[in-house]
Structures are given as structure tokens and as C-alpha cells.
Design a binder for this molecule. Structure first.
Ligand SMILES: Nc1nc2c(ncn2[C@@H]2O[C@H](COP(=O)(O)OP(=O)(O)OP(=O)(O)O)[C@@H](O)[C@H]2O)c(=O)[nH]1
Ligand SMILES: [Mg+2]
Length: 194
């Protein structure tokens, strides 16, 4: 549900980082925040618990400059990955234009990845979106860990429509902007069809 304001010549797109708890969603958008020029970003708003788990969401507005005379903004959100915050996840998905699924590469987290992916599919469906057609990219995060599964094994289990897939170490920023650019591109391509 991209918001196009013709009078103000503005386009606002909503990107949501989804995935299992502790997978690195917040770390992704913190890195984007740190590396973005001050005049191209708003405040990073994080609502977290005392132990730094996302409680409700993180939010970062990014200004991409003008596209064909329209001021274009991307609003980046993360959901709380912990299973029991499902009501928040549903709320945050409202009006989504594109999704990044941040998978945790650790072998022990594969079940959590699969559960979260199912949960995403269901919650999108509830909002009237189809995971098969929505702009969507997949990220294998935490590639630095010795317990990381091989990428082809991850791909086999998690990639379901040939979506663009990136290996990442969000902690040091590896793959973070490649992931963001890929989903932004898919969203803008979708926008051109309208
Ligand atoms: N080794 C390693 N650790 C990472 C990486 N990315 C994030 N982390 C760590 O993983 C932990 C969880 O990261 P978060 O970004 O808070 O995870 P999240 O997905 O937002 O978690 P929730 O908000 O609970 O859903 C933190 O301690 C991060 O520093 C990575 O690429 N490699
Ligand atoms: Mg978080």
C-alpha cells in the first residue's frame, strides 16, 4: 500500500524486516542508520526491552531523494521476533510494500526460521497479501558463526520462489545494503506497474 501524495509529490514505501528472535533484524537497520548521511535519515526509534529485544518495533525513515519529481522515502520497520509478540507483528505488517526475511544461519535456529516464515505467510495472508507476489528478499545472517549451515542447505530450506538471497554479517554490515537495495528495487519496480 504505497502512499503516493500527488499534491505534495511524495512517495512513501514501507519495508518490514521479519524473522526469528535474535536473528539480527534490529542490527540490520542500526547499521543502515549509522552509515546513512544525516540529511537523508530521520530518527531511529527503537522500543526495546531491558535486554535489547525488540518489544514493539524499530523504525527508521530514509530519504532516497527524488524519483521522477517525487520525493521518495522508505520507512524501515523491524518486528519483534519472539513468538509471543504475534499481535505486534500483525500490526506492523499493515500497509507493507516489501519484506526482508532475516534468517539466522545457525543450525540450531533452522526450526525457528521455518516457524517464522510460516508465521509471515499467515500474517500477510490475514492482511490480504500473498507472500508469493509481494516484493520479498531473503537474507542469511550470522555467516561469521562456526555453527552456520552451508548456504546451499539454507537456500534449499528457505528459498521458495527464487527470491533474491544475500549472505550477511549484519554485525559488521556485510550484505546489509545489498539486501536493502534489492528489496527497494523490487518495491520500485512494483510501483512502476501501477
Ligand atoms: N555473530 C553475529 N551476531 C550477530 C549478527 N547480527 C546480529 N548479531 C547479534 O545477535 C543478537 C540479536 O540481534 P538483534 O538485531 O537484536 O536481533 P533481532 O532479530 O532484532 O531480535 P528480536 O528483536 O528479539 O526479534 C545481538 O547480540 C547481535 O549483536 C551477525 O551477523 N553475527
Ligand atoms: Mg529486534
Amino acid at each position: 500500500m504505497t502512499f503516493i501524495n500527488y499534491a505534495a509529490r511524495e512517495i512513501n514505501c514501507k519495508l518490514v524486516y521479519y524473522g526469528p528472535g535474535l536473528g539480527g533484524k534490529t542490527t540490520n537497520i542500526k547499521f543502515v542508520y549509522e552509515k546513512t548521511n544525516p540529511n537523508a535519515k530521520g530518527k531511529l526509534i527503537s522500543l526495546a526491552t531491558e535486554t535489547d529485544r525488540t518489544l514493539f518495533f524499530d523504525f527508521l525513515p530514509l530519504d532516497l531523494g527524488e524519483i521522477r519529481g517525487f520525493r521518495t522515502r522508505f520507512h524501515l520497520y523491524t518486528v519483534p521476533g519472539q513468538v509471543f509478540y504475534d499481535a505486534s507483528r500483525k500490526l506492523i505488517l499493515k500497509g507493507v510494500d516489501g519484506v526482508v526475511f532475516v534468517a539466522d544461519s545457525q543450525a540450531a535456529r533452522m526450526d525457528a526460521n521455518l516457524e517464522s516464515l510460516k508465521n509471515l505467510e499467515l500474517n500477510l495472508k490475514e492482511q490480504g497479501y500473498d507472500i508469493k507476489t509481494i516484493p520479498y528478499v531473503l537474507q542469511f545472517n550470522k555467516r561469521d558463526l562456526p555453527t552456520a549451515l552451508p548456504p546451499d542447505e539454507m537456500y534449499r530450506q528457505l528459498n521458495f520462489k527464487g527470491e533474491p538471497t544475500f549472505e550477511a554479517v549484519a554485525m559488521n554490515g556485510t550484505g546489509v545494503f545489498d539486501t536493502l537495495k534489492a528489496v527497494a528495487k523490487l518495491v520500485l519496480t512494483e510501483l512502476k506497474k501501477k
